[in-house]
Design a protein around this ligand. Structure first.
Ligand SMILES: O=C[C@H](O)COP(=O)(O)O
Length: 252
């Protein structure tokens, strides 16, 4: 059965001491909670990964990296490999975030390589995709999402899908305060699950968690998370404050 997930993407926020403080706060706040079928993931910057992994020990918190390079190693100044992530205890990596696509030119083809590299290294992937505002205005949102998923993930066999989490993040809703309505989120999530069913089978589709991301906050989380095909959220801004993030965990 698929899991619910509340994942905080800290993006380029929080230095080392702020990162340690935030994970410590979350750890304390969730200590006595019965999380049942819910996973809690935080994703600090590279420089804080090791420290956050250590602080998260003996808690339900899992730690993800925000990106990684597609090669094993080599002359790629400024980059981080899958092996390096594993060496500091990281088991999950976010790939395909719209900010990586937009500001760092990451294409579907490159992301397909990163996906293969992550899976080869037994890293779990939170794979992000989503349409831009003009795509939605032109009624192209389903087509765009379908091609992003097909191009980066549909070369995979069914088996590796147990290590894939999908994150639908409409670009127009990220950091803008504008959220997709719960109905819009459900409509797209059902479409995505159907795509996976058609390509693989119902079992693969039922087992994949599909997260929603884009201006999720305590005030709107419950309604979004309550939708049948929404299995939690990938959270930016609201993941930076302990009480807000914990409220999102409570909302699931
Ligand atoms: O990765 C997280 C998403 O980009 C959502 O960010 P946001 O919650 O600040 O809109």
């Amino acid at each position: 059965m698929r899991k619910n997930i509340v994942a905080g993407n800290w993006k380029m926020n929080n230095d080392l001491s702020e990162s340690k403080k935030l994970v410590k706060g979350i750890k304390k706040a969730i200590k006595k909670k019965e999380l049942k079928n819910t996973r809690v993931i935080v994703s600090p910057t590279y420089v804080s990964l090791n420290a956050v992994v250590k602080k998260a020990k003996k808690s339900a918190i899992e730690v993800a990296a925000q990106n990684m390079h597609q090669a094993d190693s080599g002359a790629y100044t400024g980059e981080i490999s899958a092996d390096m992530l594993k060496s500091v205890g990281v088991k999950i990596v976010i790939l395909g975030h719209s900010e990586r696509r937009e500001y760092f030119g990451e294409t579907d083809a490159l992301l397909a390589e990163k996906v293969d590299q992550a899976l080869k290294n037994k890293l779990e992937i939170i794979f992000c995709f989503g349409e831009k505002l003009e795509d939605r205005k032109n009624d192209n949102h389903f087509k765009v999402v379908e091609s992003q998923i097909k191009n980066a993930l549909f070369h995979l066999e069914a088996k590796p899908w147990k290590n894939i989490v999908l994150a639908y993040e409409p670009v127009w809703a990220i950091g803008t305060g504008e959220t997709a309505s719960p109905e819009q989120a459900q409509e797209m999530h059902a479409f995505i699950r159907n795509l996976v069913t058609n390509k693989y089978d119902a079992k693969v589709a039922d087992n994949v968690s599909i997260l929603y991301g884009g201006s999720v906050k305590p005030a709107n989380a419950k309604e979004i998370f309550s939708k049948q095909d929404v299995d939690g959220g990938l959270i930016g801004g609201a993941a930076l404050k302990t009480e807000d993030f914990v409220a999102l965990i409570d909302a699931i």
